[in-house]
Design a protein around this ligand. Structure first.
Ligand code: 13P
Length: 350
């Protein structure tokens, strides 16, 4: 019988190992890949100037926080951070993280552009020259990458054009990553904006995730060597009918079960505007579900839901590294517990 050729060439064993290590039991990802513009928005919110020294100091305190290697297996960075060092210039961030057994990841998309003829739906840019960039990031020490596709619900969206464009570019990016030894995180984010209820989010998510899965097969990706970073299935942010964590957990797992094959090692959720506690509660609910098959590890790849409290403490006194690191480590621990279905209110308030 003819054996199937995958996109990954010689990197097959390494990709599988990296993907498994990233979603090891009780571990997840810190998304610290805010572009210079996006970190500026976070800093604006707390009155900190967006200059290189502040970005460097903030990332240094996150990456050197005591204890986080027990809960964090990967950190996604922006280009500037991957090349950056500690403020005293003595160590590269990449070396610090790798020395702690944490995989380094890199955001490789370069921005969103509107798809003409749609209601502001978008295509993600960054495929041109991507192979060369991936090879350079591998040489710099990165072992995984991220690419975010954005879809929205309402007024006829997502259209077939947007679903197909984004599924295709996610798979094309994933294929190029695997050819260059980087585990691709495939991120189809369906935004929470809108009045739609949870049923609508479930139906749209099922349609989008299925289309993405199909493209991953069409383009010969090695499923065991990639990770999926989807939204959770929730009601729209402006929907009057709120959902309990148990419902969000159940709908999310049902949707994944209908669209994602068991060969995938892990699903690393984005927090997408949920509060820190909500993001822990909802992930915990999924991992406590009984009678719902979950062949993949279900864990976190949070940006805001890991950093909100830490940023707040830090903004009060940017010299107060110790307390900022303490609160960040607590958040990482709560997410780790949630990824094992062991989170509780008592532990949260400790
Ligand atoms: P949030 O968890 O803040 O949504 O960020 C995760 C991420 O990486 C989005 O691309």
């Amino acid at each position: 019988m003819e054996s199937k050729t995958h996109a990954c060439g010689d990197f097959k064993a390494e990709l599988i190992k990296t993907a498994q290590e990233i979603c090891a039991a009780g571990k997840g990802i810190l998304a610290a890949d805010e572009s210079t513009g996006t970190i500026g928005k976070r800093f604006d919110g707390i009155g900190v100037e967006n200059n290189h020294a502040n970005r460097q100091a903030y990332r240094e305190l996150l990456f050197t926080a005591p204890g986080i290697d027990e809960h964090i297996s990967g950190v996604i960075m922006f280009d500037e951070t991957v090349r950056d060092t500690t403020a005293d210039g003595s160590k590269k961030f990449v070396d610090i993280l790798r020395g702690r057994g944490i995989h380094c990841g890199i955001k490789v998309e370069t921005g969103l552009v509107p798809i003409g003829g749609t209601d502001g739906e978008t295509a993600t840019q960054g495929l041109d020259g991507l192979g060369k960039r991936c090879a350079e990031y591998y040489a710099l020490g990165c072992r995984f990458a991220k690419w975010r596709a954005v879809l929205k619900i309402g007024n006829g969206c997502p259209t077939e054009a947007a679903v197909r464009e984004n599924a295709h570019s996610l798979a094309r990016y994933g294929s190029i990553c695997q050819q260059n030894g980087l585990v691709p995180i495939i991120e189809p984010e369906i935004l929470q904006d809108g009045e739609h209820d949870i049923e609508v989010c479930a139906a749209v998510s099922e349609r989008v995730f299925s289309a993405v899965m199909q493209e991953l097969f069409n383009q010969h990706l090695l499923i065991e060597g990639l990770l999926l970073k989807p939204n959770m299935v929730t009601p729209g942010a402006s929907c009057a009918k709120r959902a309990k964590p148990e419902e969000i957990g159940w709908y999310t797992v049902r949707t994944l079960g209908r669209s994602i094959v068991p060969a995938l090692p892990g699903v690393v959720f984005l927090s997408g505007g949920q509060s820190e506690e909500e993001a822990s509660l909802n992930l915990n609910a999924m991992n406590k579900l009984e009678g719902c098959p979950r062949p993949w590890r279900l864990t976190f790849s949070y940006g805001r839901a890991l950093q909100q409290s830490a940023l707040k403490i830090w903004s009060k006194d940017t010299k107060n590294i110790k307390d900022t690191q303490k609160i960040f480590n607590h958040r990482a621990k709560m997410c780790s517990l949630a990824s094992q279905g062991k989170w509780s209110k008592e532990l949260e308030s400790k």
